[in-house]
Write a protein that binds this ligand. Structure first.
Ligand code: SF4
Length: 440
């Protein structure tokens, strides 16, 4: 969060000597607050003041980048409606180093197949977490190398054994994996290893007090590329830890918790595990390590993540132009809806399921749903008639029938009068489109 000029001024020497190029300390503070100039221009600023200014101007939760474009943290609010959440929870699927070569290959294939298209967006699983469970640094390094060769996705190398990390990391350091975990017992070796290879590292302790103390000790090693693991593995304690870390970082600016937090699921039954992971996506994991890797299990989690990490002030929208579903012809029906992605793609999916090639004309309602748009005066008969005329769909069909959402049946008469088209009131929900077309 940016500091005000007065907050900066309080930390300056107040000599008003002008050596920084501005006549007074206050003028210098104002220049810094507006992003002009550097604190280095004042030769008299103390180390304490520099530390305080650096610390106060740092974001509440540091951004940590690793792997193939994964970004953790850099969040500024507790609640999505306060502003927005910026970096969707990174989802990683675990592969234990005790699996056979064939099993690792099979798991990788399953992970590579986790690609989804939803409301016009494409999304995939973010990475793979290789877990050292063998007790053998050589085996861990071998499986890490096999996984790295089999996927371009982000990597997490996880072992509490510094020797295992030392064996596996050099071969994949160019992929900038996240490594862990630095614990009370090994943190000097593991943090120094991360520092040497310039990769981020998980700091793990049992409980928040121990974690804060360990982070402070680890920072003294001159490295701050950290991701936090508060240790708990039960859903209730993990949720409590995630919430405390976020609150303390955002509300209290408690610096030891100014880093992203990673969570690990404890459930083994896939649906229970996805339910558990959903809680962590909502509050407030920056990354989650999962066991489930079937499409049917991962898709709902990704849908939840997508919904939470859209900007509430900028709804996802589709282009408000004439769209086609299937091989349209002059008899194809025409559906009217809004350009809110969720609404549009719900309609499109059901029209597709009806197996009748059709036109869909989404009206530009600034990405709001049908009822919201109608209530806000953005789904008016005059506007729809105008867009209908400009779309040119009248030249493509040999009929003059329009299907409008059942929720706005009230506009049918006026729309018919203004447009000259016969207005048919469709179902209220898009889920009724298939049965509606059968009854037509
Ligand atoms: Fe103030 Fe430092 Fe500038 Fe002198 S050099 S006026 S002490 S800010």
């Amino acid at each position: 969060m940016a500091l005000t000029g007065l907050e900066i001024y309080k930390q300056l020497p107040k000599k008003n000597c002008g050596e920084c190029g501005t006549p007074t300390c206050l003028a210098f503070a104002m220049a810094l607050a507006s992003g002009k100039g550097s604190l280095d221009a004042c030769p008299y600023v103390t180390d304490e003041a520099r530390e305080a200014l650096d610390s106060a101007s740092a974001p509440p939760i540091k951004a940590i980048k690793f792997g193939n474009g994964s970004v953790l943290g850099d969040e500024t609010v507790l609640f999505r409606h306060d502003k927005t959440f910026y970096h969707p929870t990174t989802l990683l699927i675990e592969i234990a180093d005790t699996l056979s070569d064939e099993e690792v290959q099979g798991k990788l294939q399953e992970i590579e197949g986790l690609e989804f298209d939803r409301v016009g967006l494409h999304y995939t699983i973010d990475g793979v977490a290789v877990i050292e469970a063998s007790g053998s640094p050589e085996q861990f390094a071998k499986v890490v190398a096999q996984v790295a060769a089999g996927t371009e996705r982000s990597l997490l190398l996880l072992s509490d054994n510094a020797d295992a990390l030392k064996a596996a990391l050099p071969g994949v350091a160019g992929r900038k994996p996240l490594i862990g975990s630095a614990t009370e017992a090994n943190y000097e070796a593991v943090v120094n290893l991360a520092k040497e290879h310039n990769v981020p590292v998980i700091i793990k302790a049992d409980g928040l007090d121990a974690l804060a103390a360990l982070v402070e000790n680890a920072q003294k090693l001159g490295y701050k590329e950290f991701v936090l693991d508060p240790g708990a593995r039960t859903p209730s304690q993990t949720l409590a830890n995630l919430t405390h870390c976020r609150r303390l970082a955002i509300k209290k600016k408690f610096r030891p918790f100014g880093y992203p937090v990673i969570a690990f699921t404890s459930k083994t039954e896939p649906l229970a595990e996805i339910t558990e992971a959903s809680v962590y996506v909502a509050k407030y994991a920056s990354a989650i390590v999962l066991k489930a890797s079937a499409k049917a299990h991962i898709l709902p989690l990704m849908a939840l993540r997508q919904n939470l990490y859209t900007d509430p002030q900028k709804p996802i929208q589709v282009e408000p132009i004439l769209h086609t579903v299937g091989e349209v012809n002059e008899n194809s029906p025409i559906y009217i809806t809004t350009n809110f992605s969720l609404t549009y793609y719900s309609v499109e999916g059901e029209v597709e399921a009806s197996k009748i090639p059709s036109y869909i004309l989404p009206i530009d309602t600034d990405g709001t749903s049908v009822l919201t748009a109608y209530a806000a005066g953005k789904f008016e008969p005059e506007k729809i008639a105008d867009i209908l005329a400009k779309s040119g769909v009248g030249d493509k069909v040999n009929h003059r029938n329009l299907i409008i959402p059942g929720y706005v049946a009230v506009i049918s008469g006026k729309l018919q009068e203004i447009s000259g088209w016969k207005v048919i009131v469709g179902p209220r929900e898009s889920s009724g489109i298939v049965s509606f077309t059968r009854a037509m």
